[in-house]
Write a protein that binds this ligand. Structure first.
Ligand SMILES: NC(=O)c1ccc[n+]([C@@H]2O[C@H](COP(=O)([O-])OP(=O)(O)OC[C@H]3O[C@@H](n4cnc5c(N)ncnc54)[C@H](O)[C@@H]3O)[C@@H](O)[C@H]2O)c1
Length: 362
C-alpha cells in the first residue's frame, strides 16, 4: 500500500474513495475504486483542499465538465482507479467486511457473499487462517474477490488499519458482518471474572468498535448518493433472545449486542446505514460443536452430560431433538437471513431468529 499511512491528509481517503465509487460508477451501481501511489495516464488531477468536503466538491465539478474518467489523482493523496464490478449475484459489486471469517460461520458467510458477486474482506485475528480462507474462496468462485486481513476486534488500532486497507483496495464498505465471537461457559458461582470480561470484550465491546470504525466509511457513500443504503449485520445468537444456563457471560454479551443494534439503528439511519442482528440456533456442523477433540459434542460425551449417550452422534441427536425442525442451523440458513436484510429497504434495528423454531419472538 506504499507510504500512504504517513501522508498528512490520509484521513481524507476514507471519504474521498467512497464518493469516487459513486462519481465514477453507474447509477445505483457504485464502482470499485483502488488506490495507488503511482500516477495513471488517464487520470484527471485535482488539488486536495484543507476541508475534505471541498475536495469532493472539486472532484464532482471536474467530473461533470468532462467525459467520465477512469481515474482521479488527488494531489498529495494518490490516485484512485475505478473499475466496474462484475455481475451477476444477489450482492454483486458490494464490498463486505466479515470479522471472525477464518473459520466457522464467518468463513461460510464470506464464501457465500463472494459466490454472489461481493468483494469480501476475510478479517480475523488468525491472520494465517484468514489468508488461507480468502485464497480458498478465490479458487472456489474462480475470481479474485477476497483478501484476508489481520484484525482483532477488541483493538481499535487494528480495526482502523484493516478498514483503511479495505478502502484503499476496494473504495469503501457496503456490508459489515460483525461475526467474531467467543464462548466460555461457566456458573456465575465459580466463573473467573477474567473469563466473563474476555467474552464481554470480544462479543460486546468488539461489536461496538467494529461499528465505530465502519460507520464513517459507510456514511460517506450515502453522503455521495443518498439513494444508496448500507448494512451492519451482527451475528448474534439464540442466546441473545433467551437466557442460557451456566452460560451467562455469553448470553449477557449477546443480549447487550441487541441493545447496541437497536441504538445504532436509531442513530445511523440518517447516514443510510441499516443495523440488524441475526440470531442463529446451534451450528452443529461448525468447529465449536463438531471438532473431534475439543468440540462440544466430544466434551459433553466425556462429561456424561447426556444420559445414556455412547457416541458423539448420540449427543448430537439429543440436541437436534430440542429443535422443532429437528436439525441445527447451517451457513445457508444464515445467508438467507443476510440476503433478506440487505435486500429489505424498509427494516432496521431488528433481531432476526434463525433457529428452526427453537426460539420464538413475543
Ligand atoms: N457455533 C454456534 O453454534 C453458534 C450459534 C449461534 C451464534 N453463533 C455466533 O456466530 C459467530 C461465529 O461463531 P462460530 O461458531 O463460527 O465461531 P468459531 O469459533 O468457529 O470462529 C470464530 C472466529 O472468530 C475469530 N476471533 C475470535 N476472537 C477474535 C477477535 N478478538 N478478533 C478477530 N477475530 C476473532 C477466531 O479466530 C475464529 O476464526 C459468533 O459470534 C457466535 O457467537 C455461533
Amino acid at each position: 500500500m506504499g507510504d500512504i499511512e504517513t501522508h498528512p491528509r490520509i484521513e481524507q481517503i476514507d471519504r474521498v474513495a467512497p464518493a469516487l465509487r459513486v462519481l465514477l460508477g453507474e447509477p445505483n451501481a457504485p464502482a470499485l475504486v483502488r488506490w495507488q501511489s503511482e500516477p495513471h495516464r488517464n487520470a484527471i488531477v485535482i488539488d486536495a483542499r484543507t476541508d475534505v468536503s471541498d475536495t469532493i466538491e472539486a472532484i464532482r465539478t471536474a467530473i461533470a465538465l468532462a467525459p467520465k474518467p477512469v481515474a482521479v489523482t488527488v494531489t498529495g493523496i494518490g490516485t484512485f482507479v475505478a473499475s466496474q464490478p462484475e455481475p451477476p449475484g444477489r450482492v454483486a459489486g458490494k464490498v463486505a467486511f466479515v470479522t471472525g471469517a477464518a473459520q466457522g460461520f464467518g468463513a461460510g458467510i464470506a464464501e457465500g457473499l463472494a459466490a454472489q458477486g461481493a468483494y469480501v474482506v476475510v478479517a480475523d485475528m488468525n491472520v494465517k487462517g484468514a489468508e488461507e480462507t480468502a485464497h480458498r474462496i478465490n479458487e472456489t468462485v474462480g475470481a479474485a474477490r477476497c483478501i484476508g486481513l489481520s484484525v482483532n476486534v477488541t483493538d481499535s488500532g487494528s480495526l482502523q488499519e484493516a478498514m483503511r486497507k479495505t478502502v484503499l483496495r476496494f473504495g469503501g464498505i457496503d456490508i459489515v458482518v460483525s461475526n467474531a465471537g467467543v464462548l466460555k461457559a461457566g456458573s456465575v458461582k465459580t466463573q473467573p471474572v477474567q473469563d466473563f470480561e474476555f467474552v464481554t470484550r470480544v462479543n460486546y465491546t468488539g461489536y461496538f468498535l467494529v461499528v465505530q470504525h465502519a460507520a464513517p466509511i459507510m456514511a460517506a457513500l450515502h453522503a455521495a448518493d443518498p439513494r444508496l443504503m448500507t448494512d451492519v449485520i451482527q451475528i448474534n445468537s439464540k442466546s441473545g433472545l433467551e437466557g442460557s444456563n451456566k452460560n451467562g457471560a455469553y448470553a449477557g454479551s449477546k443480549f447487550g449486542g441487541i441493545g447496541l443494534t437497536q441504538s445504532f439503528a436509531l442513530e445511523l439511519i440518517q447516514d443510510g446505514i441499516k443495523v440488524n442482528s441475526i440470531c442463529p440456533g446451534n451450528f452443529f456442523d461448525g468447529p465449536l460443536w463438531s471438532d473431534p477433540e475439543n468440540g462440544l459434542f466430544a466434551q459433553y460425551l466425556r462429561a456424561g452430560k447426556v444420559p445414556g449417550a455412547q457416541t458423539t452422534d448420540d449427543v448430537r441427536r439429543f440436541y437436534e431433538a430440542k429443535v422443532p425442525m429437528g436439525r441445527g442451523c447451517t451457513v445457508p440458513d444464515v445467508l438467507r437471513a443476510i440476503y433478506y436484510l440487505v435486500e429489505q429497504q424498509y427494516e432496521t434495528g431488528q433481531a432476526l431468529p434463525v433457529t428452526g423454531g427453537q426460539v420464538m419472538l413475543n
